[in-house]
Design a protein around this ligand. Structure first.
Ligand code: PHB
Length: 562
């Protein structure tokens, strides 16, 4: 996500000409988002121009509009995808419901087997992941939600291909001819041998007969997987569950003998839950309220640099979600506040690009919505999410800022943004400091469950780091009570003479405390009271922005702190 890769040339594909009513700026915006996704979430604007075939001036306007929407950030002459973009993939996954209904079973199975477990759906002649319970100890690649793999090099592929139409098979054969090395699948190493294509049809027939399929190192040496279809009550495949291992632990035979029965049992439980699932309450709230006003203001503010039709078109995707998986044109117009004609053209464009399908009068999102940023963004961490917000905070308050997590009795710095003064607080990422004497540490200790907090304090060794350091557990306990009440901590000269810092909590979607952010300054710069008056509101606003991103990113993905 942070490095800027060159954009590889796209493999040659035959794309049908867009319908006359397609919205060209929406197509360009999606090309930019997909180009950025394929190279890992960051690229220079000139590389993006090359990859998309768009003129540099166009790329600049598209990127500027996407930045204004909060979907990417411009970093010098590079564009970097932002977590906010995940609202598009979240709309698809929410509408699909499978991650919410089946994700718990997949996670439970991963714990039971101590192997990664995934759920995947068909996307054209590929498979796309919609859930991942990852065990990080194999030497192999691990895939993330939204990653697309060629069906013939996977275990779920042959199962999903049992439902392919003649048109799907034709498309698959065309791709074999056009992209023999799988360059259109940036998540996997290029294919180096030709055997895969020949036996795929045999594997599909075997999958149809046995009801399971295997990937014996088709993606990468060492990577083995076995898959079973999860069927909806109507008998069609809702998704495919896989368990993935490494040849150092399982051969293909032992995977089948020891893991397949347990995978099948978990899939049976998934199918029961699918059959018992109540229809979700239908969602009537109209989504993004004030879109029309926002678009008008943006246009006024940015003039020709803001492409309103691109913003409106992408907003159509967010009209879908849990409880509104299928929408008519009128419903899309109503929920977005867009004129019917505008919503209609956006839907036609999205359908042409494969992000929406029409079924009679209703429209649905497709798994390809995940190609708009999900794979790189679902690899993000809280530290990456917080970094741009702390950079902005440092710019506003002209002081150093950091984010820390609790590690035993210490806090560990995960992000540090220096203000660039000579007398700067020198906090190095990865460094540890005693929690009892730091503002972030006190926020994090205060947020522990009462019992754990008491037992920590009971054994804590609190040395005097300066003459001001609070060293009596009873005093610290009183301080932590205040921190809990006020929801911030201020530490003045207790860690180092002359150093003052103020911290607030960062909480995840469930309301659990996951980190603390702080501003550190020299005591001579302002009084403690001024610090509370002037810095604390800015710090709190930064926590809110960080949490908004974290909650969006954490809807379907586990976001680790580091
Ligand atoms: C995975 O979940 O990472 C996975 C699943 C099926 C495969 C390969 C990898 O064939």
């Amino acid at each position: 996500m942070t490095s800027t890769h060159a954009v590889p040339p796209a493999y040659p594909v035959t794309v049908p000409a867009p319908p006359e009513e397609a919205v060209a700026p929406l197509m360009r915006g999606i090309a930019v988002l997909r180009g950025l996704t394929d190279v890992g979430g960051a690229a220079s604007l000139s590389d993006l121009g090359r990859a998309t075939g768009l003129a540099r001036a166009t790329v600049d306007r598209v990127a500027g509009t996407l930045a204004h929407m909060g979907y990417l950030r411009l970093d010098g002459s590079s564009a970097v995808l932002e977590p906010r973009l995940m609202e598009l993939g979240n709309a698809y996954l929410g509408a699909l419901r499978l991650p919410d209904l089946l994700g718990g079973h997949a996670d439970g199975l991963a714990d039971e087997l101590d192997e990664s477990v995934s759920l995947a759906v068909a996307d054209g002649d590929g498979i796309r992941f919609i859930h991942q319970a990852i065990r990080r100890r194999t030497l192999s690649l691990s895939f993330r939600i939204g990653d697309l793999l060629p069906a013939e090099r996977t275990a779920p592929g042959p199962l999903l291909a049992t439902e392919w139409s003649a048109q799907d098979w034709t498309r698959w054969r065309e791709r074999q001819a056009l992209d023999p090395e799988d360059l259109g699948f940036p998540a996997i190493p290029p294919r180096s041998h030709g055997a895969v294509a020949e036996d795929f049809e045999t594997r599909v027939e075997r999958a149809r007969v046995h009801g399971w399929a295997m990937d014996d190192q088709l993606i990468e040496t060492g990577l083995v997987a076995v898959s079973v279809p999860v069927r909806a009550p109507d008998g069609r495949i809702a998704c495919v569950a896989s368990t993935v291992s490494h040849t150092s632990r399982h051969s293909a035979d032992s995977l089948r003998d020891s893991l397949l029965p347990r995978l099948r049992a978990a899939v049976a439980a998934m199918e029961r839950d699918l059959a018992d699932a109540d229809a979700p309450p239908s969602e009537t709230r109209s989504v993004p309220s004030g879109l029309a006003a926002w678009t008008r203001e943006s246009k006024q503010e940015l003039g020709g640099e803001f492409i309103a039709s691109l913003a409106r078109g992408l907003t159509v995707i967010t009209a879908f979600g849990e409880g509104c998986a299928e929408l008519t044109l009128s419903e899309v117009a109503e929920r977005t506040g867009l004129p019917r004609a505008t919503a209609r053209r956006a839907l036609i464009t999205l359908e042409h690009l494969g992000h929406v399908t029409a079924h009679g009068r209703v429209f649905r999102l497709t798994p390809r919505v995940l190609a708009l940023g999900f794979p790189p963004l679902s690899r993000t961490t809280l530290a990456r999410i917080a970094h741009p917000h702390l950079t902005a905070l440092t710019r506003r308050v002209q002081e150093s800022t950091s984010l820390a997590v609790l590690m035993g009795d210490d806090v560990q710095c995960a992000v540090s943004v220096a203000a660039g003064r000579i007398m700067d607080a020198d906090i190095v990422v990865g460094s540890r400091m005693p929690a009892y004497a730091t503002s972030t540490g006190r926020v994090l200790l205060a947020g522990l469950p009462a019992e754990e907090c008491s037992s920590r304090l009971a054994h804590l060794r609190m040395g005097a780091l300066t003459p001001r350091t609070v060293t009596r557990p009873a005093d610290l306990r009183t301080i932590l009570d205040h921190v809990r009440e006020e929801d911030y901590a201020l530490v003045d000269g207790e860690l180092e003479a002359g150093l003052r810092s103020i911290a607030v909590p960062v909480r995840d979607r469930e309301g659990s405390l996951v980190a603390a952010i702080n501003v550190t300054m020299h005591s001579s710069r302002r009084s403690a009271a001024e610090c509370v008056k002037a810095v604390l509101p800015e710090l709190r606003a930064t926590a809110v922005r960080t949490e908004m991103d974290l909650h969006l990113a954490g809807r379907f993905v586990r976001v680790p702190p580091l």
